[in-house]
Design a protein around this ligand. Sequence first.
Ligand code: AR6
Length: 297
Amino acid sequence: MFQLPVVAAAALAEYPLNPEVQQQVVLMSAARAKKEAVQKVDEGDYTTASQLLQTARKQVLAAPASPLMEQEAIALIDLDRDLQRRQVQQFRKMSHYQSHSISRSFSQSTYHDYQVQRSQRYRGQNLPDDLRGRIEVIQGDITKQRVDAIVNATDNYLSGSGGVDAAIHRAAGSELKKECEQIHRCETGEAKITRGYNLPARWVIHTVGPVWQGGHQGEDQILAQCYRNCLMLAEQYSIKTIAFPAISTGLRGFPSDWASRIACSQVKIFLQRNSAIEKVVFVCFEQRDFDCYLNSV
Ligand code: AR6
């Protein structure tokens, strides 16, 4: 017979949460949210349907990370996108299919498997030969990096006013501000280059990331463009080593997990096609970003 010990509520609260159980609860609740969203769509209430999907997505992202949870977050974003575009037939079909595929996929991928994969990834074993040793993920301060160039996440006026932008300007000194004033402007998604002055890095590549507006305003494409343009500029200047911060994930509000996937895929594609850049370092200031990059790289 299966017996459970009786414990006081306070003691129960101190028991560690089981990540697999947490994930399963979140997935079941996401499946319910999809069913309710379909009902709301049938009633013509698109706003509530979209809110249900967005809440479910937030819960998925807050749960312990795994490839399956990532897949679920993407599925919820896709559904919401269909909904926003009023592709109701497609939405209904996908929502139905997803609800049925969840239990199957969950049994195929466990939190334990994921931890093993993750530690392998951390050692870089999952990178193909042509990328091995060319991508690093570290937690630290980008202004301290001894690389040829560091990337700055700035605004359209290269103002140096907050976040990583202010940190870079502080470390580089006032000459950087003067050079930025001469450039005058950088469009969102574009990149401009200046010298690094007092920084250990010789160059600073400034780019302007998108402001997150819910994911339906082309934010993904603009963020991808930032990475591509920085790398193209680096290549033009014969830069061999370059460090990126997690562009747009601070004041601009881009979800870190999603941003890291875009960053990693763009860098991988670029490095596979261009051998001139030897190394890209993702410098994560916060633990949250570091974890996201380890999952994405
Ligand atoms: N080293 C590495 N990463 C850092 C550092 C550092 N020293 N400091 C912060 N970060 P944000 P955005 C991380 O807000 O979202 C400014 O006002 C931070 O934890 O700097 O692209 C500009 O002037 C986060 O993960 O940039 C723009 O107006 C990441 O850098 C606006 O912010 C990006 O956060 C740009 O917003």
